[in-house]
Each structure stands twice: as C-alpha cells, then as structure tokens.
Design a protein. Structure first.
Length: 482
C-alpha cells in the first residue's frame, strides 16, 4: 500500500484526506495508517511547525502516545515540569509548584504532565507516520472543498484530491470550518495580548520555571524546555501589540527580569495571540469532520488544547477505520461529535478557570477521569467500571501489563476474575483475554474499544453481539460458543 500517492495532481485511492500536519493531523494519520486506511495528509507550510507552543503532555495523552508506539521517544526527549521560582526585584522569593503531582500508579502509569516542545512532539509523530508507510505532502494549500453522497473533492495548490472523508486539522483559523460555514461561539478569556517565544539564555539556570509576576499586567514566565537548550518565554501585555521581533523579545526580557538584552543569545521563534475559548457549533458536516483547534480553541494556561486535540484524533481514527474497512454502519461516525463535543466544552471551561486563577492544575487537567458514560456507545456495567470509563492499566502475572494487551488497533474483550463464557480464539478485530480479578476493574466482562475506553460491560455476554455489530467488530468472533 502506498500512502499519500499524488500523481498528475490527483491522489490515488485516498480514503481519508487530513488537512493539516499539526499534532492532531499527525496523530490521526498514525492511527489510520496502522489500520491500513489509505490516508493523504496535506500541509500548506513547507515544513512542520517550528515553535514550542503546546509544550505540556497530560497523562491521558501519554497513554494515547503509548498505544501509537511513540511514548518511549516522547519520554526520552522530554522531562518533568520544573517547580516554579518566583522572582521579585532581581531576587528569588521562593519556589511554587504549579502542578499537583500524584505520581504513577498501577492503574495510571503516567502520573504527571510531561514537558516536550510542540515541534518535537510533531517530529516524533511524523517519524512514526513514516515508519507506518505514510508521509505528509508539504506546500499543498487547500483552496476549495466540496462533498457529495460518495465522497469529498479538495482543490489544492498541487492539484485535485478525491477521498471518502476529510478531516479538518488545520487549526484555530481553519479554512475548512469557514468553507463549511460552521460558527464558533465563545469568549475572550483575557483582553490582554500575549507573546510566546523560544529563546536561548545561557545565563539563566534550568532548574526552575522562572516566574516574574510584575504587577499582573507585566507578567513574564521563562520555562526551560527539556531535551533542548531553549526556554519558552510567555509574556502578558496590558496594552498595545507585542513586538515579536528578536529585538522586541530581548527588550521585553530585559525590562521584566534581572537579565540584560544581551543575555538572550538567540530568539528562535516567536508569536503573539489573545487567549480565547471558542467551540465549534458542530464537529461534523456530512463527510467532513473538525478536529483539534479547528473545533475548539483554548487558553494555553490549562495545558489542555493540544491534549484535547490529540484525543479527538484518537476517538475519530478507529471509527473511520471500522466504517471504511470493517463494514460498520455510517451512524458510528455520528458518535465522534456526540462524545467529543461535550469533552471539549468541559476542557474549555477548565482552561478558562485556570487562566483566571479560579482553578489549579490538578487531577482534572490530567484528563484521566474523562469518559463517555453518557455517550451513544456506552452499554452496561460490571465490577468497578461502567461503559464509557477509561480502561485502567495494571500488572499481569507473566510480567506484561494490561496496556500491552490493549495496544494496537483492535478491540479487546477482557474476562476479569470470572468464569463467564469467553469465545475461544480471537476474531478478526477482537482479541480475548482472561486475567485475574483486579480491584480497578472488579470482576466481569469488559469490551475495550481501540481508544482505551470501555464500550460494553456485563456479567455475561448478553448484549455484546449487538454492540459489536454496531461497531463493525463482530466478524470472526463466535459468541455462540461463549
């Protein structure tokens, strides 16, 4: 199979067109590629995004990256968020940890946020996509997008593409969203403009996340970026527009810290923005889906934007795969918006409260408690879990972990501490395992979706076949023998 094959301006046999090669588009492309879905990723820029903007990866996102096969690279390249150091008049005033750090547990192996600049996260995902046989077509800007009953047609600066479905992963100013006429509603989180930049400051230690409160309007933070020589600088302005030129960034740092402008050895990237919270009215229009910043725009204060975006991709990828490859009904794709829009709304509210100092970066920001209990695919309960809950990790007697059983594009049927009937052997899409009773699960049967959430749960297999048919996952699994 040849992915992203563009000949004579036309993509050959493309099933999914992904517009945008940021974290959302790359994560989705990786998930689709490992399923064998023919995917074309197009990016209007000539290279991957160069800045650190979304630098915090939450524990739930690390679990997603574990499943996609890149978590080791992410952990090796990044590091723990350093403790904050408050400065006043050029003197250190004491440490202040901006995060709650519960630490890893058997059920949740990633116990705190992990810092990694966005450009490096994208490099790792792009490398994984390449390993899976995919690629990104750079310098291909979308100019028009239409759809009919059979597919979508995209006009690009490089030619015409025909695909079964399209996904807008083209950011907060999404052209796809504007073409579709989908409104975004929200609010200005903070009227003050912000500056963000990646700089090198050899004179500043990398042991702390340096915070210069100023008078509030003159706030500045300088965070060392693990695995690099860079710091991310974030500054707030009470009036006017930030000067994002290298000279302007140097002058800002000199004005608000004890450092001199000459201490800034290099300004590698800079940008400005106004913190907003906005949510698209809908995430689907026929055969076209919105994901990531195209669907929701967050204040960066809560570290939720990139994480919510990657998890959009993770939710949508398996559903597209089931419809395209395994005969799942088209209605399965409706569940993407039904599940993800409420989550995005919840995370937008959390990000806004953190930005305004009304909430702390704690358990909720880690996203381990998010789920789909009220969603259209949740059916049943057993033991300690309800359908829609995240499937916990845990140790197994043979040295493996539950996540090792779940890792991959398949569904997993777990019989936990029960002799209830289980199909013998694995089906084409579902793998079956018996494990000992384990407190985070209790006992019972648990059907784990490819995105790590319980889809169905019960004391026996009654109702399981119907759920599997809805998801296109029943082929080859003989429940009559259970």
């Amino acid at each position: 199979m040849e992915l992203n094959n563009v000949k004579d301006g036309r993509a050959a046999d493309t099933q999914v067109l992904v517009v945008g090669a940021g974290p959302t588009g790359l994560a989705l492309a990786c998930d689709l590629a490992r399923r064998g879905v023919r995917t074309l990723v197009v990016e209007q820029s000539d290279a991957l995004f160069p800045g650190s903007r979304g630098k915090g990866l939450q524990p739930r996102t690390l679990e997603v990256l574990d499943d996609l096969g890149v978590v080791d690279a992410v952990l090796d390249a990044g590091g723990r968020a350093p403790v904050g150091m408050l400065w006043e008049n050029g003197e250190r005033r004491g440490e202040h940890d901006m995060f709650e750090r519960p630490g890893p547990t058997e059920a949740a192996p990633y116990g705190e946020p992990w810092l990694l600049p966005q450009w490096r996260t994208q490099q790792i995902l792009h490398g994984r996509l390449t390993e899976l046989g995919g690629s990104v077509t750079f310098g291909a800007a979308l100019t028009a997008l239409t759809q009919d009953e059979d597919g979508v047609t995209a006009e690009l600066t490089t030619g015409t593409v025909r695909a079964a479905y399209a996904v807008a992963a083209d950011g907060g100013r999404s052209l796809v969203r504007r073409i579709l006429g989908i409104p975004m509603t929200g609010e200005s989180v903070d009227p003050a403009p912000m500056l963000v930049a990646d700089v090198r400051i050899p004179a500043l230690d990398r042991l702390n996340w340096h915070v210069f409160p100023g008078d509030g309007a003159a706030f500045l933070a300088v965070c060392p970026l693990p695995g690099t020589e860079d710091f991310q600088v974030t500054g707030r302005f009470s009036e006017g527009e930030p000067d994002i030129s290298p000279a302007g960034v140097r002058e800002l740092i000199a004005a608000r810290t004890h450092l001199n402008a000459d201490d800034v050895a290099e300004v590698r990237w800079s940008s400005d923005f106004r913190p907003r919270a906005a949510l698209a009215e809908r995430f689907r229009e026929g055969r076209i889906f919105l994901a990531g910043d195209a669907a929701h725009v967050h204040s960066p204060a809560g570290g939720q934007g990139l994480n919510t975006s990657v998890q959009d991709a993770y939710n949508l990828g398996w559903k597209l795969g089931q419809v395209l490859l395994h005969g799942a009904p088209e209605e399965l794709l409706d569940s993407y918006e039904e599940e993800r829009l409420p989550v995005a709304a919840q995370m937008l509210g959390l990000s806004t409260r953190i930005h305004r100092g009304e909430a702390r970066r704690g358990e909720a920001t880690m996203q381990l408690g998010l789920g789909y209990r009220s969603g259209p695919l949740a059916a049943g309960s057993a033991g300690a879990l309800e359908a829609g809950d995240r499937a916990p990790d845990g140790p197994l007697p043979d040295g493996r972990r539950i996540f090792d059983l779940l890792r991959g594009p398949h569904f997993t049927l777990l019989a936990v501490g029960t002799d209830a009937g289980l199909p013998s052997g694995d089906g084409a899409v579902v793998r079956c395992h018996r494990i000992d009773a384990y407190e985070p699960y209790g006992t019972g049967l648990f059907l784990v979706r490819p995105d790590g959430y319980i889809g169905w749960a019960g004391e026996d297999t009654a109702g399981l076949a119907d759920w599997l048919r809805r998801a296109g996952a029943h082929g080859g699994l003989d429940l009559k023998r259970a």
